[in-house]
Design a protein around this ligand. Sequence first.
Ligand SMILES: Cc1cc2nc3c(=O)[nH]c(=O)nc-3n(C[C@H](O)[C@H](O)[C@H](O)COP(=O)(O)OP(=O)(O)OC[C@H]3O[C@@H](n4cnc5c(N)ncnc54)[C@H](O)[C@@H]3O)c2cc1C
Length: 414
Amino acid sequence: MHCDVIVLGAGAVGTCVALHLQKRGRSVVLLDRRGVAEETSYGNAGLIQREGVFPYGFPHDFGALARYALNRTIDAHYHPSALWRLAPFLWEYWKHSRPARHAEVARRYSRLIEHCVSEHEALAGESGAAHLLRRTGWMKVFRTERERDRRYAEAEDWEREFGIRHRRIDAAELRELEPHLAPVLVGALHWTDPVSVDDPQALTLAYAEHFRRLGGVLAQGNAASLRPKGKGWEVHAEGQSITAAQAVVALGPWSETLTVRLGYRLPLAVKRGYHMHYRPAGRATLNHPLLDTERGYFLAPMRRGIRLTTGAEFALRDARRTPVQLARAEPIARELFPLAERLDPEPWMGSRPCTPDMLPVIGPAPRHPNLWFAFGHAHHGLTLAAVTGRLVAELVCGEAPFVDPAPFAATRFG
Ligand SMILES: Cc1cc2nc3c(=O)[nH]c(=O)nc-3n(C[C@H](O)[C@H](O)[C@H](O)COP(=O)(O)OP(=O)(O)OC[C@H]3O[C@@H](n4cnc5c(N)ncnc54)[C@H](O)[C@@H]3O)c2cc1C
């Protein structure tokens, strides 16, 4: 079988790349060893984070570092045995998170983020999935005035520099908006521009179905079988050889398995995260996704129940699962919102694919013609999937890119 482009990885990112290419008249095979969006893109918190111009940095204040060093917080956890392997990544990550550098990173990143909602709206509209996008925004809720005021000031800065809108919500209004939250909160910051989905996998499945309707082919196979063939590429899937003029690597946290084999030394790592669903007790409802800011866990109303998601776990991607952050967050979340029983037999785990400068890798593979990279979206792979899909498709098709791709080039790592 021959096609124009093979896209490796049917997570949110790869599926959007494949759909955008197919829309441009390219014949595309979207290959995954599993089904569509069954890995990281399955279990995230469902936010399309229009406000997320500052990618999550490594903390630089001494208090936070001391707390993390004790390894007992909810928002971050690490495997001590992995630290020596992660040290080069963490050192670079720390350097890129210095305030002045982080601000520079944010200015570059914001050029992608500013299109995240409009690009998803366009794809969702064409895919008959507009109803999956909820225009509720999301909230940071606060237990102390100090944290509240700090975040309000930050939001003002972001509004001035990036035009991101927010609302200040006092305790009384919060009780009206979220009547089932315990009255322990002093207020909230409501990001009004972001969009949320109550089933992130369903959104990617809708994109994949649209891709298929346009003539795209979904195939099951191992991306590790990718080999150069003539001026193009070949993979083996479903008992046959698939050849293509071009290939796109969109394997999320597994991208490294292929890039290393092709001779690239990209400084990639993962931040793992967990989720669990709960039945809301009685008739309790949660109307907005929300972050319990000072405690460091997230609650999102999802189709399946209330999804509690955890922050970053620094560990090797394939190390044993250690859902300690979930265990720490659950009793605190139960005090904030009436959660009934767990709905999943086991905690779900996913791995956010990260780079130390917090920017994704999007663009041509430096030493292989007709090979493209689209990975490393860290905390924002759902947010940036549609933007990345359009940008990669424009580059592959030789069109003028709608966002300058230079800051995201793999060549920045030497
Ligand atoms: C707890 C948690 C909460 C999050 N919340 C949010 C959020 O609210 N908003 C947001 O924007 N992002 C969020 N993220 C991040 C987001 O989920 C990821 O950035 C995103 O899913 C990455 O998408 P991807 O397509 O790059 O990778 P993936 O979804 O992991 O897709 C990679 C695909 O490659 C396939 N694959 C791997 N190896 C092979 C192989 N050898 N052969 C063939 N196929 C292979 C896999 O099966 C998989 O389908 C969250 C992440 C976590 C863990």
